[in-house]
Write a protein that binds this ligand. Structure first.
Ligand SMILES: [Zn+2]
Length: 164
């Protein structure tokens, strides 16, 4: 029988369990996720106050993890955090499309309803993409995680155009 988790995973719980503590240390500390990749890539990280204007990236739920995906390259996924400034920097293209500045991200307003809709199914089958209705979320619960790909890009484009 698969393990049944309560609630969805965010960066807060994940990195806390690994002993990394809060967002700034887990991502930007001496052995933080982003600071290490940036050092290997010879990239200087922008200050976290340097945030691009524009709509926030919506986190999506994949395998019961709230993730933020790069809307430009779709190659980088990072855990979304409740704590911290809710800004995202792609570890592949370093947000080149917005001048290398951080981008804001947000959880979907219906987060609680989404988590409720997938509760009770195995962790690997708890998924939600922007644009999915509650009915579709329940329909998809129990299926394998979809690749965000084009559907996710489409939803982010619609959001950028101000369409819900
Ligand atoms: Zn990217």
């Amino acid at each position: 029988m698969p393990v049944i988790y309560r609630g969805a995973v965010t960066g807060d719980g994940y990195y806390q369990a690994l002993g990394f503590g809060p967002w700034d240390n887990a991502l930007l500390g001496p052995i933080g996720y982003l600071s290490r990749i940036a050092a290997l890539a010879n990239v200087v990280l922008p200050p976290i106050t340097d945030v691009a204007p524009g709509p926030a990236i919506l986190a999506h739920l994949s395998n019961n993890q709230w993730l933020v995906a790069c809307p430009d390259c779709m190659r980088d996924y990072q855990l979304a955090w409740d704590g911290g400034p809710k800004v995202y920097l792609c570890a592949y293209d370093w947000n080149a499309a917005v001048g290398g500045r951080w981008r804001r991200y947000a959880f979907p307003p219906a987060r609680a309803a989404i988590e409720a809709a997938v509760e009770g199914v195995p962790q690997a089958q708890r998924n939600w993409l922007p644009g999915w209705s509650p009915a579709r979320t329940q329909l998809e619960a129990g299926n394998a995680a979809p690749s965000p790909g084009e559907e996710y890009r489409h939803a982010l484009r619609e959001r950028a155009l101000g369409r819900p």
